[in-house]
Design a protein around this ligand. Structure first.
Ligand SMILES: *Cc1c(COP(=O)(O)O)cnc(C)c1O
Length: 338
């Protein structure tokens, strides 16, 4: 039986074209800033996102954490939407690395109310002073939901008025851009730093890029080195990253259609899904005893992640057209086993 893996878009494997590009990549020692392919990737990412400089790192956790180190002084607070990856899935990194604390604001579908953000800002010396406002687009734990352009602008406005920098966790920024039909640069515009992942739906095996103003780069480079993220002939990875940026986005609309079809199929089986949250390549279903259900799914040949009381399904480029109908059949059979 073919296993249908819906745990994450990170399970995608490099395409034959990526493997060829990796094999043929021109490389050098990137810790000496001598890898031409890494330089090409960083320049391409900066150009596509409309920021001045890029820095290639092994993971999105590292690009986010380096951004937090750039923005925060010890004891400062970052305001972020509830469920933010920088807090929920980067295990205590914020406190250890940047010495920061977090203030989460309610964010239905990943979109915080600008007034709630404004009133969360601390200026009193009795409180941890706010050092940064962060957003996440798409917002993973809210359902892979899109933060619309105007919503991002409204938060940027609040930050600007308070004299605060902004960071965008854009691990799936290309999914958001695809869903909105806008260029990724539109969604990156106005953020001081932006983190993107090449290894999610875009299909690269490894890698993330932090985009920033050019006068931030030397400090970011130092923090990356401090964290052990200096990589040598990293052009082997960057070569795949370049194809992820140039070819990867084309496949995302299909991923989104598959998620929609999956969600609609689940609803037909009376599985609880909030269709309003299904905006990109994720479907969160509310199922009693989610962990047991995920185990029954595994036995039926469908992999998904249990997250608290929810089950997360993620669609991606390595799925075949027939995988969604097949997954739905298997899910239905797993629902009826007691
Ligand atoms: C995946 C992800 C990251 C980075 O994760 P890594 O596994 O460290 O690359 C950051 N933010 C969000 C929202 C993510 O989904």
């Amino acid at each position: 039986m073919r296993i249908i893996d819906l745990r994450s878009d990170t399970v995608t494997k490099p395409t034959p074209a990526m493997r060829r590009a990796m094999a043929e990549a021109e490389v050098g020692d990137d810790v000496y800033s001598e890898d031409p392919t890494v330089h090409r990737l960083e320049a391409l990412a900066a150009e596509m996102l409309g920021l001045e400089a890029g820095l290639f790192m092994p993971s999105g956790t590292m690009t986010n954490q380096v951004a937090l180190m750039l923005h925060l002084q010890r004891g400062q607070e970052v305001i972020a939407p509830k469920g933010a990856h920088i807090y929920e899935y980067e295990p205590g990194s914020l406190s250890v690395l940047a010495g920061g604390v977090i203030r989460l604001v309610e964010a239905p579908y990943g979109v915080p109310d600008p007034e709630a953000v404004r009133s969360a800002i601390h200026t009193s010396p009795h409180q941890a002073p706010t050092g940064l406002i962060a957003l996440e687009n798409t917002h993973n734990s809210a359902g892979g939901t899109v933060v619309p352009l105007e919503a991002g602008r409204a938060i940027q406005q609040v930050a600007e008025e308070a004299g605060l920098p902004t960071h965008l966790d854009g691990a799936r920024l290309f999914n958001a851009a695809t869903a909105l039909g806008v260029a990724p640069a539109e969604l990156a515009k106005g953020f001081r730093t932006v983190s993107i992942c090449l290894s999610k739906g875009l299909g690269a095996p490894v890698g993330s890029v932090l985009l920033m103003p050019k006068d931030y780069r030397a400090e970011a480079w130092r923090y990356r080195k401090m964290l052990g993220g200096g990589m040598r002939q990293a052009g082997v990875l960057a070569a795949a990253g370049i194809l992820a940026l140039t070819e990867g986005p084309k496949g995302l609309a299909r991923d989104h259609q598959m998620a929609r079809a999956l969600a609609e199929g689940l609803l037909r089986m009376h599985v609880e899904v909030d269709l309003n949250s299904v905006q990109t390549n994720m479907v969160y279903a509310h199922v009693p005893r989610a962990a047991d259900f995920v185990e029954r799914l595994r036995q039926a040949g469908v992999l998904a992640n249990a997250m608290g009381s929810r089950v997360r399904f993620v669609t991606h480029r390595d799925l075949a057209d027939e995988d969604i109908p097949a997954a739905l059949e298997r899910i239905e059979s797993a629902l009826h086993v007691v």
